[in-house]
Design a protein around this ligand. Structure first.
Ligand code: GRG
Length: 272
């Protein structure tokens, strides 16, 4: 499956899930569409679909779970941009949500997306109740206090402090890699994979690499107090370390030995 062919169904499903037909009252869905459909890469939903493809899961079975993950990602970006967090006025080249609407509305839109993601999972068509429960359990753990939110808390607590490389990687593992790991696990759950532990390992490795590449891209953004790998090593060393993580993930993927290239392609293009 060509990676570009994944983007359109993801976008269409998000547009439908956040449509004014489904939400005729209020402006939460409108505000959610403002951020969710503003040119993100859809990396996490693509990962879900490419992993499910390893097990020949039909595309239409993957769409709701893949989009649920993007809803969580979108909420995290909206809340992260708020003045009490990263205080960013722009996201994807347009005013952040709290600038386009207001802070209260941005907070509520994030809350809406967080709760709606679980509703979407519970309504996912074509999949069994056991699979739905497993997806809900995985997402609540990966997005919660031991995952993404725990990472954000650690990040806030470490702001403007000297932290060790170990602590930095722990922040990255939770804040960024947890949701990426959930994407691999989602694909595995949808495909009733016998390789769940390997998929988790691949998710952890590429999640850390993804954040290191993001740190490298942001390396000239010196205003930010956000913990970055650039405080610990040269760009060349950081790049080499991230490349090693990707190579190791690719080796693990090869050990699964399924006949597909989409996931491999995604992993190889992670730095873009
Ligand atoms: C819930 C407040 C709150 C925070 C959770 C995930 C997170 C912590 C905050 C989001 C901001 C951030 C710096 C996340 C690190 C992960 C990352 C590099 C996000 C950007 O992801 P991309 O590159 O973005 O996939 P697009 O725009 O393509 O969707």
């Amino acid at each position: 499956m060509a990676l570009e062919s994944l983007t359109k169904p993801i976008e269409e499903t998000l547009r439908d899930l956040l449509s004014s037909q489904r939400f005729p009252l209020g402006r939460l869905a409108e505000a959610a569409r403002y951020t969710a459909l503003s040119g993100g890469k859809f990396f996490r939903p693509q990962l879900v679909m490419a992993t499910a493809e390893l097990y020949n899961v039909p595309l239409k079975h993957t769409l709701y779970p893949a989009c649920a993950l993007e809803l969580i990602h979108t909420y995290s970006l909206i809340h992260d941009d708020l003045p009490c967090m990263d205080n960013d006025d722009f996201r994807r080249g347009q005013p952040s949500l709290h600038k386009a609407y207001n802070e209260g509305h941005a907070l509520l839109t994030g809350d809406f997306l967080l709760t709606y993601a679980f509703e979407v999972l519970s309504h996912s068509p074509h999949i069994s109740s056991d699979q739905k429960l497993s997806l809900i359990n995985t997402l609540s753990k990966r997005a919660g206090a031991l995952g993404m939110i725990g990472g954000q808390e650690l990040d806030l607590a470490s702001a403007s402090q000297d932290i060790s490389l170990e602590t930095l990687f722990s922040i990255h593992q939770k804040k960024t890699a947890a949701l990426i790991t959930a994407a691999l696990e989602f694909g595995g759950i949808l495909g009733a994979s016998p390789h769940m532990a390997t998929l988790t390992l691949i998710g952890e490795k590429i999640g850390l690499a993804f954040q290191i590449f993001d740190d490298l891209k942001d390396s000239d953004d010196l205003d930010k107090a956000r913990a970055s790998v650039m405080a610990f090593m040269s760009p060349e060393k950081a790049q080499a370390y991230a490349d090693e993580l990707i190579q190791s993930a690719l080796n693990h993927l090869q050990s699964i030995n399924c006949s597909t290239n989409s996931l491999q392609d995604l992993l190889k293009n992670i730095h873009n």
